[in-house]
Ligand binder design. Structure first.
Ligand SMILES: [Ca+2]
Ligand SMILES: [Ca+2]
Ligand SMILES: [Ca+2]
Ligand SMILES: [Ca+2]
Length: 507
């Protein structure tokens, strides 16, 4: 996975609802009577409820969480969806959501669950079942999630129509929709924060706030220059489109259900944007699940440097790299990583023979970080000793046991466990190639000593998993010695392995 863009991409994807422009407030009831005359509407007098279609399934929503289920397999595809809301018509189910209560009511829905197994599209029609006025299309949650989720605000006592369908003719089947209804949703309040600009390459924001209904999602940042003018960034690398001035980002942790919170956010990959060099301030506002926004606050963009192990971490000047924590203004390895290193499995290597380990990786976060890939997840650690002599140390997940298509591993070798700075240039491997997401670290002529080999799944594991890792101490042979022509069991130092029998420098 391309690490440089990933953080930025995910952050941006979090705010969008697939192909639409995000969560736009919908008022389902304020413009009755202004329906499109070309539509088949039974009655469109002022204040009349939007037209009901005979095929609509009425769902009486209640405050809180609920589920709606259906199946598009046998449903007709009689309605024309708005532009871009699906590629070709397929089974459509029309739901009439009766919004409870009065005043503003927030409705969130998601098909990204175990009960739905196809590429869904949902269109929300607040003005009527056959009226596209203010209609919203929710297609994919993200690049990696083709099911749909979204949110809107409607008026209690009105009816809002949803069409649940598939993106194309092949996308059809049973579905489950989780629906959450929030009466009188409240906007978040931003109470304070700090935004650091680390080595001119990444942002580290810490933002505090409140949200009475506990559904803050992220924040939107605008970078400002000395004069207070907003700096635009060409995020899509297309000079023809306008530069982006409002950048939406998520928080590192899910802040759901927190009415008072302090959210941290790290955004990498910013060193490619030259206009940012002029940024001295950043204007920030929070947004929640209904896209309700806080007032904005403007913070100084504090330029700091990043320190490695035992480097300084002084307020307003320097911070620790991700792998470390600051203690007494010095960056140290966190206790959890020290413990994990001490618990590493000791593997005794036999020169020329691969030692194959079945690594167990738990779901969720781990203790160590590496210098490549997303290594927030759990890791399996092995401690190996390289004796004096001429050896290569090779650690690889390129194994038949690991499915090439789906096993996205990261492998690293640290000479000081817990310090990714000791991986050197070649000591961390994410993907072997474009199509092969497995990993190989190959350290040639490695110095004698103790090393820790780590393996994990890119981005962490969602359930307990195993990965097969092979660690090899490969002798490096002088000319004249018998050798393995495949280069697996050993390698010739400065000569070719050739001849019969094969020798280093043989003819
Ligand atoms: Ca979709
Ligand atoms: Ca809220
Ligand atoms: Ca890790
Ligand atoms: Ca990988």
């Amino acid at each position: 996975m391309n690490k440089r863009w990933y953080a930025l991409l995910v952050a941006v994807a979090m705010v969008g609802c697939g192909d639409d422009d995000g969560m736009i407030d919908v008022d389902g009831g304020s413009d009755g009577g202004t329906t499109d005359g070309s539509m088949m509407m039974p009655d469109s007098t002022t204040d009349a409820p939007p037209g009901m279609c005979a095929d609509a399934r009425v769902i009486e929503l209640t405050a809180g969480a609920q589920q709606v289920t259906g199946d598009t397999s046998a449903a007709a595809a009689s309605r024309t969806m708005s532009d871009g809301c699906g590629e070709e018509p397929t089974g459509q189910e029309l739901l009439a959501f009766e919004i409870p209560g009065s005043g503003n009511v927030g409705v969130r829905f998601s098909l990204a669950n175990d009960g739905t197994d196809f590429d869904t599209t949902v269109e929300v029609r607040p003005a009527g079942c056959d009226d596209l006025t203010d209609a919203l299309c929710f297609d994919d949650v993200s690049l990696f999630e083709v099911r749909s989720e979204g949110s809107f605000i409607a008026t209690g006592g009105t009816t809002v129509y949803l069409i649940v369908t598939g993106y194309d003719a092949e996308s059809t089947g049973p579905w489950t929709m989780d629906v959450d209804v929030t009466p009188n949703p409240t906007a978040p309040v931003l109470t304070g924060g700090e935004v650091l600009f680390v080595d001119g390459a990444r942002i580290q924001a810490t933002l505090s706030g409140t949200d009475a209904d506990g559904d803050v999602v992220g924040y939107v940042a605008s970078f400002l220059d000395d004069s207070g003018a907003v700096i635009g960034l060409d995020l899509d690398e297309d000079p023809a489109t306008p530069d982006d001035t409002e950048l939406p980002f998520g928080f590192d942790a899910d802040l759901s259900d927190m009415t008072t919170f302090t959210g941290n956010s790290r955004v990498g990959g910013l060193d490619g944007f030259e206009p940012l060099a002029a940024a001295t301030q950043v204007r920030v506002y929070l947004y929640d699940a209904f896209d309700l926004e806080s007032e904005s606050m403007t913070f100084d963009l504090v330029e700091v440097t990043e320190s490695g192990l035992e480097g300084p971490c002084v307020d307003g000047e320097s911070i620790c790299a991700d792998a470390f924590v600051c203690e007494g203004e010095v960056c140290v390895i966190p206790d959890a990583a020290v413990d994990a290193c001490e618990a590493a499995t000791v593997v005794t290597l036999v020169p020329g023979t691969a030692s194959v380990q079945t690594a167990s990786i738990a779901a969720g976060d781990g203790a160590l970080l590496a210098s490549c890939g997303d290594t927030l997840g759990d890791e399996a650690l092995y401690r190996v000793t390289v004796p004096a002599g001429a050896f290569d140390l090779i650690a690889t997940t390129v194994r038949a046991a690991n499915d090439v298509e789906s096993v996205d591993t990261v492998v690293y070798v640290q000479s000081f466990c817990g310090d990714p700075g000791t991986e050197g240039e070649d000591g961390c491997s994410d993907d072997v190639g474009e199509e092969d997401l497995r990993s190989t670290v190959q350290l040639t002529d490695v110095a004698a000593g103790t090393y820790t080999v780590g393996v994990e799944l890119w981005g962490g594991a969602t359930e307990a998993s195993t990965v097969e890792l092979a660690i090899t101490l490969r002798p490096v042979l002088a000319a004249g010695l018998p050798c393995d022509p495949t280069g697996a069991a050993n390698r010739c130092a400065d000569t070719e392995c050739a001849g019969t029998p094969a020798t280093c420098g043989g003819e």
